[in-house]
Design a protein around this ligand. Structure first.
Ligand SMILES: *Cc1c(COP(=O)(O)O)cnc(C)c1O
Length: 359
C-alpha cells in the first residue's frame, strides 16, 4: 500500500540530528521557553520575512491568541464580525469563535478552493472588523482583491498559513502557522506560531500564551498556557533549513500529477506557479468509487474535508446557511498521496492507476 502520507519517511533524513538535539536537551535540563524556542522564533521570523515570531502550542491557538490579542489591544471587540472562508479546515473558524468574535462564512472559488473575493463585500456590515484568509492546500488566496477590500473598509487581515509554509506571501499581515506533524514544516508533536510586523501584537500574544504574564508571577492579562515546546522548537530548527527543498520535492510530485493525469472522470486542481502543495486535491463525482478503486490498487487517499464546517454537529448555529459551492466541494474532493518521500516508482504507479479508472 502506498501511504497517503508517510511522515516517518519524511523525517528519516533528520533522525540523527533529532537525536543530537535530544541529547543536548537532556544535558541542559532546561525544558520550557529556553534557547531553542528563542532561536526558532528568530529564524522563522527571518524565513517568513517578518519582524517578529511568537511560538505557541499549536495552530488553533495561534489563531485564537491572535484575535484575543487584538481584543486586548482594543483593535477588536467581543462580538465583532470576521469574514472567513466557508471552505476551510474548521480550526480557522474555531479560532475566531474561541476569541469571542463572530465568523461570517464566504463561499470559495470552485477552481482554486480559496475564498471568492467577489462575494466578500455583500457580507460586510457595520460590525465587520476583519478578514481571515486561508491559503488552503498551500495555494495563495487572491490577496490583491482581499487587500483592496480590507483597505476600502478599514479591516484587519489575518492569514491562516497552517497549510502554506514557504509560500511567497503578499503584504505584511499577521500570519498564523501550525507545525502539526503532517504540515509542510512539521514538528514531532503539536506546535504553532504567529508571525507579524506589529511589535505590540507580538508582545501581547507572547504574554497571553504564558498566563498573561511578561514577568514571572505578575499577570497583566487573563492568559492561557500555550507555549511552543522547547523540544519541538529544537526539532523544528533541524528541519527549517530544508523546508524549501521539501517544498520543491512536493512541487515536482504535483507537476507530474498535473501533466500526466488524464482522465475525464477527474478534475485536476487549478494551481498557481508558487503553490507549495501541502495537499494535492482532485475532484470527482463518484468519490467513494474512486477512493475504493485506488485502495484496491494499493493507493491510500484521504478526504480534506468530508463535512463542511457549517454542517458539523458542533456548528448548529450555522446549519441553516446555504453554501452550495462549499458543500459540493466537500462531496467531491479527494487528496492523492503527496509528500517529499514519494518515490518515482510509487508516482508512476499512482498515475497509471488513476488514468485507468473508468467507473
Ligand atoms: C492544521 C490547521 C490548523 C490547526 O493547526 P493545529 O496545529 O492542528 O491546531 C488551522 N488551520 C488550518 C487551515 C490547518 O490546516
Amino acid at each position: 500500500m502506498i501511504p497517503f502520507l508517510d511522515i516517518k519517511a519524511i523525517n528519516k533524513p533528520y533522525e540523527e540530528a533529532f537525536r543530537e538535539k535530544m541529547d543536548l536537551f537532556l544535558e541542559k535540563g532546561w525544558y520550557i521557553l529556553g534557547d531553542e524556542v528563542k532561536a526558532f522564533e528568530e529564524e522563522f521570523a527571518v524565513y517568513c520575512g517578518s519582524k517578529y515570531c511568537v511560538g505557541v502550542g499549536n495552530g488553533l491557538d495561534a489563531i485564537t491568541l491572535t484575535f484575543k490579542a487584538y481584543i486586548e489591544m482594543g483593535n477588536l471587540q467581543i462580538g465583532d464580525e470576521i469574514i472567513v472562508p466557508a471552505n476551510t479546515y474548521i480550526a480557522s473558524i474555531l479560532g475566531i469563535i474561541h476569541a469571542g468574535l463572530i465568523p461570517v462564512l464566504v463561499e470559495p472559488d470552485a477552481n482554486t478552493f480559496n475564498i471568492n473575493p467577489k462575494l466578500i463585500e455583500a457580507k460586510i456590515t457595520a460590525k465587520t472588523k476583519g478578514i481571515m484568509v486561508v491559503h488552503l492546500y498551500g495555494q495563495l488566496a487572491d490577496m490583491d482583491a482581499v487587500m483592496n477590500i480590507a483597505y476600502k473598509y478599514n479591516l484587519l487581515i489575518v492569514e491562516d498559513a497552517a497549510q502554506a509554509h514557504g509560500l511567497s506571501f503578499k503584504g505584511s499581515h499577521t500570519r498564523t502557522f501550525s507545525f502539526y506533524p503532517g504540515k509542510n514544516l512539521g514538528a514531532l508533536g503539536d506546535a504553532g506560531a504567529v508571525v507579524t510586523n506589529d511589535e505590540k501584537l507580538a508582545q501581547t500574544i507572547k504574554s497571553l500564551s504564558n498566563y498573561g504574564s511578561q514577568q514571572k508571577y505578575y499577570n497583566g492579562y487573563l492568559g492561557f498556557n500555550s507555549r511552543l515546546d522547547e523540544l519541538q522548537a529544537a526539532f523544528l530548527r533541524v528541519k527549517l533549513p530544508y523546508l524549501n527543498l521539501e517544498n520543491e520535492k512536493r512541487k515536482a510530485v504535483a507537476k507530474r500529477y498535473l501533466s500526466e493525469i488524464k482522465n475525464e472522470k477527474i478534475t485536476l486542481p487549478v494551481c498557481s506557479a508558487d503553490h507549495v502543495f501541502h495537499l494535492f486535491v482532485i475532484r470527482t463525482e463518484n468519490r467513494e468509487a474512486l477512493q475504493k478503486y485506488l485502495a484496491d490498487n494499493g493507493i491510500q487517499t484521504q478526504i480534506h474535508y468530508p463535512v463542511a464546517p457549517h454542517k458539523q454537529e458542533a456548528m448548529k448555529a450555522f446549519h441553516h446557511l446555504a453554501l452550495p459551492v462549499t458543500e459540493k466541494i466537500h462531496q467531491e474532493v479527494l487528496s492523492l498521496p503527496m509528500s517529499s518521500a514519494l518515490t518515482e516508482e510509487e508516482l508512476n504507479h499512482i498515475i497509471k492507476v488513476v488514468n485507468s479508472y473508468k467507473l
